[in-house]
Design a protein around this ligand. Structure first.
Ligand code: 9MR
Length: 366
């Protein structure tokens, strides 16, 4: 499979012929360009894991050396009933990784969202503890030696750095984070273990995150890294906070990674990735249904360029950069916080063609 950059040629007929149209030039590989610096990852959805489109599979294998399941390893999907686990899709992902030389980051063992529906009926601490313990032991045990790493706990913090009021906090108290790492370590001793959150480059949330890491370590439990999700906004990427966070997390002796990178280009009145938050559509909420205006495209390119400059500056501390989607068409941001928008947050367009942002990121390595 030869991966080519397409230059749209003269006639619509030729355009319709896709890769045959016009002339073409090879697309450089992100993972190869950055192979001495840090891993380059993407999240993967069901169609991609099942290799429904061979060209997409080849494209993924050419660009990425790490992957995170976008949804299939969340507890609602892996653990649909109290005593039933379904590893079908997760096992397919493991095979995908082996076949294409892609390391898998399990996502995620303990998260307040996308929980199995039976959790809502549970009203006792004992039962929540049984669920929590069995889930981690069974899932981390099943994938022990198969996944490279786990996001053990996801999004346990509020914006002010306090602990989020989740079902786990409510019934198990704030030691649940340490306990999750302890159980994961027992079930999967050779797997790297991470805490993952959004906005944890912001000073208050970062302070809470630092306390969590210290607490886990003080209990003699292993934590290998902190994931900063990196759901940012065009023209407003918080470079200073990001750099400060890389330094402060690394000073704790943990790896730092950017785990769900995308840059929002559409109007939104809040920052972050709280899936519970929604906005109402209005006449201005989907301003670019056909194409991204050049000025925004250039700002996006410059933001990505500056981000990767920063990642490279701290490549001794940053171990992975994972995009939350292969191309703009895959991104969850087309459906959140308003459904049915046309978003452009990634490096590849809807046809897997490189955008100016990709060219800037590659140019840093030339
Ligand atoms: O991209 C995921 C989307 O398909 C799901 O509908 C959503 C549901 O909760 O989760 C999205 O992924 C989230 C990730 O697992 C954790 N951080 C925030 C991500 C974006 O919401």
């Amino acid at each position: 499979m030869i991966l080519k950059r397409n230059y749209v040629a003269v006639s619509t007929a030729m355009f319709m012929m896709g890769t045959v149209a016009g002339f073409s030039q090879s697309i450089p590989s992100l993972k190869d360009a950055y192979k001495k610096d840090f891993g380059i990852g993407t999240c993967l959805n069901n169609a991609q894991i099942e290799e429904r489109d061979p060209a997409t599979t080849a494209f993924i294998a050419s660009q990425f050396n790490m992957a995170t399941p976008e949804n299939i390893m969340k507890s609602a999907l892996l653990h649909p009933k109290w005593d039933t686990y379904d590893f079908t899709m997760g096992d397919k992902l493991i095979e995908f990784g082996k076949k294409h030389n892609i390391k898998i980051n399990g996502h995620t063992l303990i998260w307040h969202s996308q929980l199995p529906s039976f959790i809502r009926g549970i009203k006792s601490a004992d039962s929540i503890r049984t669920f929590f313990t069995d889930h981690i032991k069974t899932v981390a045990g099943h994938y022990s030696g198969k996944v490279y790493s786990w996001d053990v706990v996801n999004e346990a913090l509020n914006e002010d750095g306090t602990m989020r009021k989740s079902v786990f906090l409510q019934y198990l108290g704030d030691d649940f984070v340490t306990e999750a790492f302890r159980l994961a370590q027992q079930a999967s001793p050779k797997t790297e273990l991470y805490y993952n959150d959004y906005n944890n480059e912001q000073p208050k949330k970062r302070a809470g995150c630092i306390e969590l890491v210290k607490k886990i370590k003080a209990a003699g439990v292993r934590i290998d890294g902190v994931g900063i999700q990196g759901h940012w906004h065009v023209g407003k990427v918080p470079f200073k906070d990001i750099e400060e966070s890389i330094l402060q997390y690394a000073a704790l002796g943990v790896k730092v990674m950017f785990t769900e990178l995308d840059i929002e280009v559409l109007p939104r009145n809040f920052q972050g990735a709280d899936v519970g938050q929604r906005m109402t559509a209005n006449a201005q909420s989907n301003p670019y249904p056909d194409a991204l205006p050049d000025s925004v495209q250039q700002q996006l390119a410059s933001d990505y360029e500056n981000l990767f400059k920063l990642f490279l500056k701290h490549k001794d501390k940053v171990t992975r950069v994972t995009f939350w989607g292969v191309n703009d068409g895959d991104s969850w941001l087309n459906g959140w916080p308003i459904r049915g928008r046309t978003n452009y947050p990634l490096l590849f367009d809807r046809k897997n063609q490189p955008k100016p942002a990709f060219d800037k990121v590659i140019a840093l390595k030339k």
